[in-house]
Design a protein around this ligand. Structure first.
Ligand SMILES: *[C@@H]1O[C@H](CO)[C@@H](O)[C@H](O)[C@H]1NC(C)=O
Ligand SMILES: *[C@@H]1O[C@H](CO)[C@@H](O)[C@H](O)[C@H]1NC(C)=O
Ligand SMILES: *[C@@H]1O[C@H](CO)[C@@H](O)[C@H](O)[C@H]1NC(C)=O
Ligand SMILES: *[C@@H]1O[C@H](CO)[C@@H](O)[C@H](O)[C@H]1NC(C)=O
Length: 155
């Protein structure tokens, strides 16, 4: 309640303020409305993570289709891993709230694992919840994928 009163006062102040104050308020809001980044690197393994098998490290998984799915499985955003296995999704902060992304969404890899290693399954999708990368002062966060699981019935 106190914070909604605070915002009401801010809005009223902005309406009667000088252009300089309006510009400062705009700067504050654009800081709060920074895009939400979800970045990660996908590896060619059953949990999508780097591992050491027989002394060799897991290769990365390039050209894989990566989706952000929320709720009952709606595809909210999608991309493809690059030649380094890296993916990056940028979300609009007005339409997305970090807390609901964390509780409601998963990163899903739809390209079969057999594409990067013929010994791995050709059915199912890799699925991981989101996690916070870091939380620097100011409360701005970046997100990434966690440990993947192979799911044969996608959500
Ligand atoms: C990834 O896709 C690009 C463009 O489609 C292709 O040139 C490249 O060979 C692919 N790389 C792998 C490892 O599949
Ligand atoms: C893949 O994307 C990552 C992160 O955006 C970037 O650092 C890297 O240079 C890219 N690699 C290639 C081969 O494009
Ligand atoms: C491919 O997957 C098999 C089965 O998990 C594993 O033993 C092998 O080391 C993998 N190959 C590479 C190049 O990672
Ligand atoms: C968040 O991600 C963006 C884009 O990848 C990067 O430029 C920035 O340094 C990251 N910031 C933090 C605090 O992780």
């Amino acid at each position: 309640m106190a914070s909604s009163k605070f915002f009401l006062i801010l809005i009223l102040a902005a309406l009667i303020a000088t252009p300089v104050v309006v510009a400062q308020l705009g700067g504050l809001l654009s800081g709060l409305l920074r895009p939400i980044n979800i970045d990660g690197v996908l590896f060619c393994s059953l949990n999508g993570k780097i591992d050491v098998l027989n002394g060799a490290t897991t290769p990365i998984f390039p050209n894989a289709s990566v989706q952000l799915r929320c709720g009952a499985g709606n595809v909210v955003s999608s991309t493809t891993t690059n030649e380094s296995g890296a993916f990056s999704l940028v979300l609009n902060p007005v339409q997305n709230i970090v807390s609901s992304l964390l509780s409601n969404c998963n990163i899903v890899v739809t390209t079969p694992l057999s594409t990067c290693n013929a010994s791995l399954p050709s059915v199912g999708v890799l699925q991981s919840p989101l996690q916070i990368v870091e939380k620097p002062a100011g409360g701005l966060v970046n997100l990434t994928s966690g440990v993947f699981q192979l799911i044969t019935q996608p959500n």
